[in-house]
Every structure is written in C-alpha cells, then in structure tokens.
Unconditional design. Structure first.
Length: 242
C-alpha cells in the first residue's frame, strides 16, 4: 500500500452535503425538469413520475433509488481490452477535454478552425502522454460536413489512439453509427458491455432542461450498456463518475 500523500479539496462540509441533497430533491419534485424527448418522458411516466406538459416532477423515493442503484465503479478499457480507467473511490483520470471549435496554429500563432490533421495529431499526442488515461473527441474538424462531424471524430480517435474515448453526439441518429464503430472494435455488443471502450457526455444546459439530443443519448447509452456522464458545466478534462 502506497504511503504517498494526496492533496484533497473538500468543497462542502459533512453537514452541508445532506442539506444540498435535500434541497435538490425539493427542486426536482416541486420545479421539475423539462424533458424534450418522448421516449424519456414515457420511461419516467412508467416509473410513476408525474408528467405535465413535458415537465417531469420526480419523487424523493425515485431519486434516492436511482442514486442508491448507481454503480460505485465504472471501468473503461483500451482498444486492446486492457483496463485503462477505473472511476471509483477518489481516483482521478484525465483526458484532453472537449470540444474545441478553434485552435492556435503552431506555425502562424493565429487562431483558426481545426482540421482533420489536427484531430489526428491530438490523438497521437494523447497516445504518447502516459498521465492521460483517456482520449477525447476534443476537436471539431471543419473540413468535413458538420452533420457528420460527431461520427467522424470518433472514427479518427479509434483509428489513431488505443486509449478509451470520451465522446458525444451532435445529432440523435449518430449514436447507432458510433455504437456500431465501438462494437466493431471490441468484436461484439456483449464484449462492449463487459469492457466499455467509450463514455458519452450528456451536458444539459440549463441543467433543468433536458433537450431531445441529451435525453436520447442517455437512453441509448443505457440500452447499449455504454457509460454516460451527466455534466452541467464546461468540461475541465477531469473525468469522474456522475
């Protein structure tokens, strides 16, 4: 067992944590959350939650049951099936973050839009950095059709780096194609469930409004057994279970 000291920052006291949780439950029950996805609304309705004009009002019992049933550990594996990310306890893993729509050109020192070559170079650099556990689809190449960019980014990542991928969809229909890419790399849907190769970000903004895209990404990820993380703030590049 390592005797190395690790710094730790506590944002809230032990007394504040249950108060924050209680207030969050109160907001979700009284204010509710707008859900712009019919499948997600149907699932919430089927779970006994009150639905009113697209707004879901969540009960305390359902919220606490969801929290209690969430896994205490999420593992991601690299392209070869080796454990790369263990999100449990106080473990912290880093990825490059996402998603830049501009970069600083290393030659001209001017801002410009990323290109396919830049995304490939990012994957190469990530592969070489031993302290970065996962890669990300961190650039949006401007030299491909924007409607196809989410799938193309994942293709470049899987082709040029062996580390697991933090990614996400731009359009709802992209998930199936992206899942099929992951299945092709892993070999089968069951193998992908057993050793996830990617995690999908879902970032509702504002946090009490789940767009059709965000909600569908969560539903599709759950069906496929692919981890998804909810974030309601700009990505920092630090990956932790949410």
């Amino acid at each position: 067992m390592s005797n190395t000291l690790r710094p730790k920052t506590l944002l809230f006291s032990e007394e504040q944590v249950p108060k924050i949780i209680d207030q969050a439950i109160q907001v979700l029950g009284q204010v509710g959350v707008f859900v712009e996805n019919e499948e997600a609304l149907a699932l919430l309705d089927g779970a006994g939650q009150r639905i009113d004009n697209g707004r879901a009002f969540l009960t305390e019992a359902a919220i606490r049951n969801a929290v209690d049933s969430a896994p205490s550990q999420i593992r991601l594996y690299d392209r070869d099936g080796n454990l790369a990310v263990d999100m449990s306890g106080d473990n912290v893993h880093f990825d490059p973050g996402s998603a830049a729509i501009h970069i600083l050109d290393p030659q001209t020192r001017r801002r410009r839009e990323p290109m396919t070559a830049d995304a490939i170079h990012l994957a190469w650099v990530t592969q070489a950095c031993k302290n970065i556990s996962a890669q990300s689809t961190g650039l949006v190449p401007s030299d491909v059709d924007g409607d196809f960019a989410d799938r193309f980014r994942l293709y470049l990542a899987l082709s040029n780096c062996s580390k697991p991928v933090v990614t996400g969809t731009f359009v709802t229909e992209a998930f199936k194609v992206m899942k099929d890419m992951l299945v092709a790399v892993r070999g089968s849907e069951q193998a992908l469930r057993e050793k996830p190769l990617a995690i999908f970000d879902a970032a509702p903004t504002p946090p009490l409004k789940w767009s059709n895209l965000i909600a569908q990404a969560l539903v599709d990820s759950a069906k496929a057994g692919i981890p998804a993380e909810m974030v309601s703030m700009p990505m920092t590049g630090a990956t932790s279970p949410v």
